[in-house]
Design a protein around this ligand. Structure first.
Ligand code: ATP
Length: 300
């Protein structure tokens, strides 16, 4: 794998406030990375620094392609709230942004048209952006970010404004784009990241507090427990007396923490079989993505 971007101790301060502090990470080519974090964690600040729109207070970022003087041909950026001239058509707007990246006139028109078709706006090429729906605007924002085939695509909450159908469609487009480019996108929603992420960067109060594949982060915060639902509270109490583990009991449900109790499913099942308890359900539960988000986001 070839590294496309190296970020080293990148920091942005606004007065005494650290919007991003000592961020270090790498992006490999043709991978997608999700920048996750609660409101105010520093996602937009980080993406804006990478896009060259905000200058870092300290630290370095190195795009291993192109020069730092003019990143426009190499980077595509979708802001959190993209703005368009309402009097320009989708085609005119996309063509204009292609020209800004340095593309010559005829190619800019051709690529703009192809890109709008790719993002599903083929029927609205000549419609004015002012009458686009929210979902269409998001697609137009994506079109202007990819029309010049950037090496690095930076997307600030690309799907948060979309309904579930639009969200799915845009995520599918991004998966296709990953064949040709490297994607870094921000989101609040770990479920989005689950669909398309090789690497997770978890920000909290400007700090990078977790970094790794989604499965590694999931394992770290899985908090596995075996949950047994008995037919009667009496069955549950008998089980608790016979079993070698401490457990939490509520109603007819016993919960055993796998890690602290060194419990596993097969030994739980064998205790259950020996005592002929009336059991309605036994399952291994792990923290949901939402629970993981809350744990990482709120940890101190
Ligand atoms: P959200 O999910 O709400 O979009 P975010 O993770 O993108 O949030 P940022 O917009 O990067 O967070 O903001 C990080 C912190 O930096 C916030 O506390 C914000 O108020 C502060 N901040 C951002 N831009 C500026 C600025 N220009 N001047 C002062 N403070 C700023």
């Amino acid at each position: 794998m070839t590294v496309l971007l190296q970020v080293d101790r990148l920091t942005k301060r606004y007065g005494a406030h650290h919007a991003a502090e000592n961020l270090s990470f790498e992006l490999e080519e043709h991978t997608s990375t999700a920048l996750i974090g609660p409101n105010g964690a520093g996602k937009t600040t980080t993406l804006s620094m990478l896009a060259g729109l905000v200058s870092p207070s300290s630290g370095t970022l190195r795009l291993l392609e192109g020069s730092r003087q003019d990143l426009r041909p190499y980077i595509g950026f979708l802001p959190q709230y993209p703005k368009f001239f309402p009097w320009l058509s989708g085609l005119e707007f996309t063509e204009m942004t292609a020209r800004l990246s340095g593309m010559e006139v005829r190619r800019a028109r051709m690529e703009a048209q192809k890109t709008l078709e790719f993002v599903g706006l083929g029927d609205a090429l000549n419609k004015k952006a002012g009458v686009f729906s929210g979902g269409m605007k998001q697609r137009l924002g994506l079109a202007q970010a990819i029309v010049h085939k950037p090496k690095l695509l930076l997307l600030d909450e690309p799907v948060s404004a979309l309904d579930p159908v639009g969200r799915r469609q845009v995520m599918n487009l991004l998966k296709e784009l990953q064949q040709e480019t490297t994607i870094l996108y921000s989101t609040h929603i770990l479920n989005d990241a689950e669909e398309m992420t090789d690497q997770l960067l978890f920000l909290r109060k400007g700090l990078l507090v977790e970094q790794g594949s989604l499965s590694a982060v999931r394992d770290t915060y899985a908090d596995p427990r075996i949950v047994i639902e008995f037919e009667t509270a009496n069955d549950m109490r008998r089980f608790a007396e016979e079993a070698p583990w401490q457990m939490a009991m509520s109603g007819c449900v016993a919960t055993i923490d796998v890690m602290s109790q060194k419990a596993d499913m097969s030994s739980v099942l064998s205790v259950l079989n020996r005592g002929s308890f009336s059991v309605l359900k036994v399952e291994l539960q792990k923290a949901s993505l939402e629970e993981i988000f809350m744990k990482v986001a709120l940890a101190e």
